[in-house]
Design a protein around this ligand. Structure first.
Ligand SMILES: Nc1ncnc2c1ncn2[C@@H]1O[C@H](COP(=O)(O)OP(=O)(O)OP(=O)(O)O)[C@@H](O)[C@H]1O
Length: 899
């Protein structure tokens, strides 16, 4: 057993052991803590040195004092050693950098402004320099001769963000200005366009560059209209992407590299902000432009406009008013922006660039420049495409196809609509042969604007693609209707063919039926609002048909080009926007109203002979402004037409001229008449209205009205065509006329018939009343002029039967036709006709032609149908109960020389 003292001793020893162990542990912990603190101090020290830069650190009092601590002195030595090691290879660094920048930034992209300022560039812009110089830097503590140039990528490579500090604005401005001058002096003037927006000012930013505005190279945007600028850029980017895609490339840059020249100018957009984020919507739009712009040649220079780096972006951040760092070199290298040229020098250089471009444009692009080197080589399978004008010498095209099936053109009188149409038709006709493109051209204006496209007296040539030319149709709205009807029929024919081939679009139909004739059809209607000029049946029908063609034409390759002075004036379309919606291609001439979208005011500021071409339904971002060359002067379109016409043997287009009375002798149907011809139908085919003469009751015809010249012309047309249809001796003619004033003319008619060899029973007196009974042996045609005037004799009753000539005439009308005796009578009013026919006799008049007779008077002759007809000179309506659902408007022939 241990004694008490011994036990205590043991406990004491154990306690001492424990204390010793604890002391050791504590000491170790303190040592660790102290080491950690030292390490922390060293790291912090190293960080301060790095942050300050060695040069500054060397003279910084705090650092100097800290270096007194041995452990920090070690760190200092380490930093120095590391720097030395890092820079061991730097002795040739500046040279390498100089060579690098010289290679990547040739000419004005990299050399001092003294070398290039004031001289305009010649580079065609196939490929832009990779870098653009902004200043000089020197690595810390390096001697001044080790300075090296600092350059940033721009144009097709990156955007630039510049962050200023207080008092640095003038240096920032100079930096941006010099950079822009470098860009503009490098390329041929016109290839770089600058857009300037400054949140603070409308004018005043970059004043030395203002001379560029005169040539359109600099556009200063309203501080309150950033939305418009961004929308415009978005539209531009979309268009350029589409253009690149069509060329089979993904970016504009690759298109231009392949072509060796810039096909679309770069747009450098300089935004001066105030350091704050833009409102959300604008910020989003700006980010979108940043993301998609590079591939479309849109470069941003954002000064104090926060921009997140979701796209290639370099930054220049000022650290004090004279120095900046850049993301190209990292924070350790500060650079000094290059000295900028004196303001007047810069402004003179800008003026020289503008002047050069203006001089270059001085050779204006002409109609000839719209034409391709080889004619008629393109296929219209997918679309029609042709340049119509130029923007800074670069062609601006119109595209008519599935996405932009129809076009709407507007502009006040004299603004150049017709000229635009000629430019467009010329460009298309030179590219697409008649097998690819057919044109139907209608002009509701007074005048003959399209007449030259059809053969004429002075110029026998025509445009090979033209199938129909309608001029002076201003009073013949029916002709417009006829064209629309024709187009809907063609639509139906195409839809039917497409259905048979189990396809839906023209391009597919053409693939499925390669031997078929499926050209694209373009129907141009100038002053088309005239078609909707009345509150009548024509307006109603035209509205329905136009909507139908607009809606269904898209897929069947039938395209409308509608031109008008005033779109707003077309009442028929109020509340029925279908036609306008389908017209996604909008062309606005200077001062045009309504054709572009409501907020798009581009047409108001448009210079003369320019047009806004917009393939986006008139929304601002789709605007393309182009100068339209003169296509109406002699030696332009007419010369092209001559060349195209003489290159082949093309069928001539049908010409409808509303101011011209067609000659019976020249009517196609007169060559071999199927029956009596009455006049020319107002129709796309320009056929003659021909009455069918079967041996059935009712096959008589009444001409009604007092318009003597027209009535004579119709009576004569019928007579001459019947005389031509039948060989002499096979039919008999009766020619009766009791009016002395007409005797001469009617006698001439009888003489001509006899001269041909026909037998003619010609009467001018009361003999008329002794009507010859129907013979039944040979067909007889009774041409009875002014029937009502013969009533004086017809009404006399002959004893003993007390039967009058009128009774005989009624019997003749009733029974004649079944025996091939047809009466063609002229009455000078509906009432007079009814007097002759008596009660119930209207059935015996199966067809009639009305002249100066109001529509409502005629419904009794058309089984009660409402006849919509307001008489007009040299026009008539023809209605045949047995074939017509509604009357045809006809133009009486000129019968002067039927031979
Ligand atoms: N781009 C152009 N360059 C030169 N001259 C032009 C141009 N466009 C039109 N002109 C001339 O201006 C005149 C009017 O042009 P145009 O007939 O095309 O106008 P419009 O808008 O159709 O007018 P309106 O509706 O009165 O017929 C014509 O004499 C034409 O030669």
């Amino acid at each position: 057993m241990l004694g008490k003292g011994e036990r205590r001793q043991r406990a004491q020893d154990a306690l001492d052991e424990l204390r010793k162990a604890l002391r050791l542990a504590l000491g170790a912990a303190v040592a660790i803590l102290r080491n950690a603190q030292t390490r922390k101090d060293q790291l912090e020290f190293e960080q301060s040195v790095t942050r300050l830069g060695l040069a500054k650190a060397r003279v910084d009092l705090e650092i100097i004092e800290a270096r007194q601590r041995p452990e920090l002195a070690v760190t200092w030595d380490k930093v120095i050693a590391e720097r030395d090691e890092l820079y061991a290879g730097w002795h040739d660094g500046p040279d390498r950098l100089r060579a690098l920048v010289a290679g990547a930034a040739p000419g004005s992209a990299g050399s001092p402004w003294q070398d290039w300022l004031g001289r305009t560039g010649h580079d065609a812009g196939g490929e832009a320099p990779a870098m653009w110089r902004v200043g000089t830097a020197v690595v810390e503590e390096a001697p001044r001769e080790d300075e090296f140039p600092v350059a940033v990528p721009l144009l097709d490579r990156a955007h630039l963000r510049v962050n200023s500090v207080p008092d640095s604005r003038s240096v920032v401005d100079s930096l941006v200005e010099t950079l822009l001058l470098r860009l503009m002096s490098y390329f041929r003037p016109g290839l770089v366009k600058v857009h300037l927006w400054d949140i603070g000012h409308l004018t005043g930013s970059l004043p030395n560059l203002q001379p560029l505005t005169s040539a359109g190279l600099l556009t200063v945007h309203d501080p309150t209209r950033l939305d418009d600028l961004l929308a415009d850029l978005a539209g531009h980017i979309r268009r350029v992407h589409a253009k690149a895609m069509r060329e089979g490339e993904t970016s504009l840059r690759s298109v231009c590299v392949a072509k060796g020249e810039r096909v679309e100018p770069w747009r450098v957009v300089v935004l001066f902000g105030n350091g704050e984020r833009l409102p959300d919507e604008q910020q989003r739009e700006l980010q979108r432009v940043a993301r998609t712009g590079i591939d479309a040649g849109v470069s941003l220079i954002c000064v104090d406009v926060p921009l997140s780096a979701n796209s290639p972006l370099e930054t220049i951040a000022f650290t004090d008013p004279r120095h900046a760092t850049t993301s190209m070199t990292g924070p350790g290298v500060r650079f000094r922006p290059d000295d900028a040229p004196d303001g007047s020098l810069a402004s003179r250089a800008a003026a020289a660039i503008a002047a050069d471009l203006i001089a270059r444009r001085g050779k204006p692009r002409t109609f000839e420049d719209l034409l391709p080197p080889e004619f008629g080589t393109l296929s219209s399978k997918d679309e029609l495409r042709a340049p119509v004008g130029f923007a800074d010498g670069v062609p601006v095209e119109v595209v008519i196809g599935d996405a932009t099936p129809h076009a709407l053109i507007a502009g006040p009188s004299g603004s150049g609509k017709t000229n635009f149409l000629y430019a467009m038709l010329g460009g298309l006709a030179a590219r697409y042969g008649p097998g690819e493109l057919e044109l139907y051209l209608l002009d509701f204006k007074e005048g003959v604007s399209f007449a030259g496209l059809a053969p004429g007296r002075k110029d026998p040539s025509w445009l090979p693609q033209a199938r129909l030319v309608g001029v002076n149709v201003n009073t013949d709205r029916e002709f417009g209707l006829a064209l629309l009807r024709f187009l809907t029929e063609e639509l139906a024919r195409r839809a039917e063919a497409a259905k048979r081939q189990e396809v839906t679009k023209l391009a597919e139909l053409r693939e499925a039926d390669p031997d078929g004739h499926w050209p694209r059809i373009v129907a141009v209607i100038d002053e088309f609002q005239a078609l909707f000029g009345g509150r009548d049946r024509i307006t109603q029908q035209a509205t329905v048909l136009l909507e139908d063609v607009a809606r269904r034409g898209r897929s069947q390759g039938i395209h409308l080009v509608l031109a008008s002075q005033d779109i707003a004036g077309i009442e028929a379309f109020w509340g029925k926007p279908a036609v306008f919606e389908q017209c996604t291609l909008r062309i606005a001439m200077p001062k045009a109203k309504r054709v572009l979208s409501e907020t798009n005011n581009a047409a108001f500021t448009l210079p003369r002979w320019h047009a806004v071409i917009n393939h986006d339904s008139g929304v601002a971002h789709g605007n393309q402004v182009a100068h339209i060359p003169d296509a109406s002067a002699r030696g332009t379109f007419d010369k092209l037409q001559q060349r195209l016409w003489s290159a082949g043997n093309w069928p001539a287009p049908t010409l409808f001229d509303g101011a011209h009375q067609p000659l019976l002798a020249e009517a196609a149907d007169f060559a071999d008449p199927a029956g009596p011809l009455l006049g020319q139908i107002i129709d796309v085919g320009c056929r003659a209205a021909t009455m069918a003469l079967d041996a059935v009751p009712g096959r008589n015809l009444a001409v009604i009205g007092t318009a003597t010249a027209d009535a004579l012309s119709i009576m004569e047309s019928m007579t001459f065509s019947l005389a031509r249809k039948h060989s002499p001796g096979s039919v008999d003619f009766s020619i009766w006329c009791s009016v002395p004033a007409l005797r001469e003319r009617v006698t001439r008619l009888a003489k001509i018939l006899r001269a041909i060899g026909h037998s003619v029973d010609h009467r001018t007196d009361e003999e008329i009343a002794k009507l010859v009974p129907s013979s039944g042996e040979r067909p007889r045609y009774i041409m009875f002029f002014a029937v009502d005037a013969a009533h004086q004799w017809l009404e006399r009753k002959q004893p003993p039967a007390m039967r009058s000539g009128l009774d005989d005439l009624r019997a003749l009308l009733k029974n004649g036709p079944a025996n091939h005796v047809h009466t063609f009578g002229w009455w000078r009013g509906v009432g007079r006709l009814k007097d002759t026919l008596g009660f119930g006799g209207t059935d015996d008049i199966g067809a009639w032609v009305a002249l100066d007779v109001q529509g409502q008077e005629l419904s009794a002759l058309a089984a009660g149908q409402i006849i919509d007809w307001a008489p007009r000179p040299r026009r008539a309506i023809y209605f045949d109960k047995s074939t017509h659902s509604s009357p045809d408007v006809i133009i009486p022939f000129d019968t002067v020389d039927p031979a």
